[in-house]
Write a protein that binds this ligand. Sequence first.
Ligand SMILES: *Cc1c(COP(=O)(O)O)cnc(C)c1O
Length: 433
Amino acid sequence: MPDNSQVSTSFSELNLTERDKKVIWHPYTQMKNALPHIPIVRGEGVYVFDEHGKRYIDAVSSWWVNIHGHSHPHIAQKVAEQLTVLEHVIFAGFTHEPAVLLAERLLPILPGKQDKVFYTDNGSTAVEVALKMCLQYWDNKGTPKTKILAFKNAYHGDTFGAMSVSGRSIFTDAFNSLLFDVEFIDLPDESNISNLTSHISNLTDTACFIFEPLILGSGGMLMYEAKYLDELVAACKKAGILIIADEVMTGFGRTGTYFACEKLIHKPDIICLSKGLTGGTMPLGITTCTDEIFDAFLSDDKLKTLYHGHSFTANPIACVASLASLDILLQKETLANIKRIEAKHALFLQEIKAHPKVKAVRQTGTIIAIEWETGNETSYLSNLRNLLYAYFLDKGIILRPLGNIIYILPPYIISDEDLDYIYAAIKSALEEV
Ligand SMILES: *Cc1c(COP(=O)(O)O)cnc(C)c1O
């Protein structure tokens, strides 16, 4: 093996940010004029620390994954134990305790009756599997349906299938001509719900409806009411359209209940999970389904098999991290924290919603979004986003505005003091930025 130890010494005069710039291509980043990437050396609770010891409050749970805070001792201990027992094994032809136990513990707490767990690596692949399950379900039944229904402004991931069912945006622009056709509908409200449901009742060749329940995350934290979603789901079920709930962001307590679909009477056929699943420790994706879906793949005909699987399917370390995260989630204290954050958030929004620079405020569970007034100046808009991002970083807070929308999506262990500090920073930003 070549000796690589020289590489790090030859760069030793450079700090981590400079070494990064030489060799790394960062996600969602225009590398031409990117700000220097901040070198994080340690995480503890809601904080991450850079190499100069500066502390940042992780107010977005590191892209919505870190629900219990960083380097949680319970998760760390379980992962460390598993590493010395079984780090990985092929999941075709073999199984292991962490994968089975996680499915046994997870299925009963999911909304509705979910019967089977299919493991993948992340949110996008969980969505890919959900789409394949639906499309092949109809094919296996001998009644192929290929149309898919989704929301405008939806976000379901960055792989091609997931991009196709996501709203067309700057994220998909370079690939639009290659994405498969999807019918996009408006978010439901009082004014359009009856039009939407009657439209759905006329659809005959639609395989499935995929949605982010209650809140469209990357689309701008756009929120809508459970009762209207429930009506859409009911109309789909009547029209023989399968239901995929993408709970990748909303799962594991984020919207105030363990899963957002708990607020629906009509339950999904398929649920996608990732982000909070391992407590933000490592990647893992899950697609669950009912026996009705699963049974359509049972056959002596090999072509009816679901031919999908990733190298790291059901990685035991990731499963153990998920089990440990579930231990913490199901403690009474965690639900109390979620309720505490919800109540504090609501008071804060009351306080600022009349501010002239505030165009709109929204809340679902532990998430709040504040839309900044921009006066329709779109060029100012992207600049405003960067100004706000830098303003909060300077104050030791990680907030990543989506355009002119600031949102807080904190780890559940965040203290009242840290929430107050973030609120105060937003209030001063309203005056100063
Ligand atoms: C983030 C996200 C995804 C994609 O998950 P990745 O792990 O980033 O691939 C899919 N659906 C929703 C609702 C998400 O928020």
